[in-house]
Design a protein. Sequence first.
Lengths: 216, 378
Amino acid sequence: MDHSAPATRHAARAREGGEFQSPSLERLVRALSRLPGLGRKSATRIALDLLREDAASPHELAESLAEARANVRHCGRCGAITEADPCAICTSPSREPHQLCVVASPVDVLPFEKAGFYRGRYFVLGRLLSPLDGVRAEDLPFARLAARVEQDGIGEMILALDASVEGEATSLYIQRMFSGRDLRLSRLATGIPVGGALAYTDEATLHRAFQFRRDF
Amino acid sequence: MRLIEATLSGFRNLAEARLSFSPGVNVFTGANGQGKTNLLEALNYPALGRSFRGARDEELIGFGADAARVVVEAETEGGTVESYEYGLERGGGRRLRVAGEPVPRKADLVGRLATVVYDPQTVTLVRGAPDGRRRYLDQGLCGLDHAYFVELQAYNRALKQKTSLLRDAAAGGRGRAGLRDDLRAWSDEMALHAAPLIRDRARYARELGPVAQDVLAGFTGRSATLEIVYAPGLEIAEKEAPAADLTREISSLLDYIGEAEIRRGRCLAGPHADDLALSLDGVDLRTFGSQGETRSVAIALKLAQGELVFRRRRIRPILFFDDIFSELDQERARRLQEATAQMHQVFIATARADDVAGWRPRDARRWAVEAGRITEAP
Ligand SMILES: [Zn+2]
């Protein structure tokens, strides 16, 4: 996408006076700057912060990273982030098994769980349709979704996707997928600002959007 | 609505200036290339968050200046004074503030400072390609209703997505498997936002016709039948039907041409291919209009746009006339001057002092513009 990135980074390094004299620090900065959204400048700031004497033990950070890497996984049934597979929501007997809330990303489960009004289960798509980013329907887990609806005898599906063009198109795709089935299909009412990401919507707005969800 | 004063620095060739305006007519005279149009461009920038000439922000920064800074004080119909402030820096930095509050997105500017600009380019509105007339429709409608702007942005995004889908498939990068279903989702999404655009454009064209005809008769002194007909790219039976029905109709029209779109590898229909049919006494102006007619109708269309802002929002937009009177005979020019000055605050840039000579509207102010210096005439 951004073909100029390496060149820009190189220029930035040149401006900052080249590489560090410490190869260890250089290695740390490079490792950090490979993280999404971190340029060399922010990576350097974080690295120096981590190296301060009063900073938390580096072993703590390294261990928690290794532990998370070993334990964190996506639930094989719903796609939420979990350590136990299937996750607690998928296995909880107190959750309504026939109601399914479809969200785009694992973080979109959090505002629902925090607000607490939703008692059904989830299905995480992982991404939204977006040909501009090379994402077509075959890249989304629609086959798994259809199987889930079949197996669990889902009676109501709530589409809680971002109020963006991509979120809407994905909702419309799912709507066509299940049209003619004996399934109540609804989507969150407006109230979520246009272009608004679900994960940043406050609880009250989310609850209202859920209560007034609209059938297709 | 009116501008009270403006402070400028580093804008194109203009020298630093602080100007207080007349609530009525403001005339800037000077030879071409001295900076008259630059001044109108600077004053109108906050209306769109960009240059009305389509210049990039960086081109607006004066030679040798680090940044262009402009503050425009405007008074709304209700009497509140708001400042519109913008700073453009080399390298693309831009700061926009309205009433002291930062405005991060151009979208938040839309419809705030109501203006209508007429410059020599405006003739292409009648004579040129359909995209000029679509831009005119969109500009008019965005100035009336922020919801239209939101729908237009969403439509354009959906169009871009669908175009990308079709182009990639035609290039053979991805298989055809499932393509038809992907396409349906994007056509549905386009339809969702096309419906309000089509409905609003149809209604706007219907309201515009009689208003533009009156305006035209007013300054040409000759009554003629001006017809403005919305010509959508899609054959819609009832263009002002309820949104849900319209969406469904558009969806099925798009679905019908789906195979053809896949074959051609591009979007074949939608509001992005709309046009306005313009005719004067039954003659299609787009192809058969005389030069005089074309100009007069272009002016009438622009003024009608301002009139609709007033009817719908009770706001009298500020008019910017760049070199408008040189294209009209004296009689028409004078009528146009009288008619507009009664209703609006007007900013006139002209190379020929003759165009406004002998015209003495109440509390008019006049400036001479020479090599970027703006000096008020006594
Ligand atoms: Zn789960």
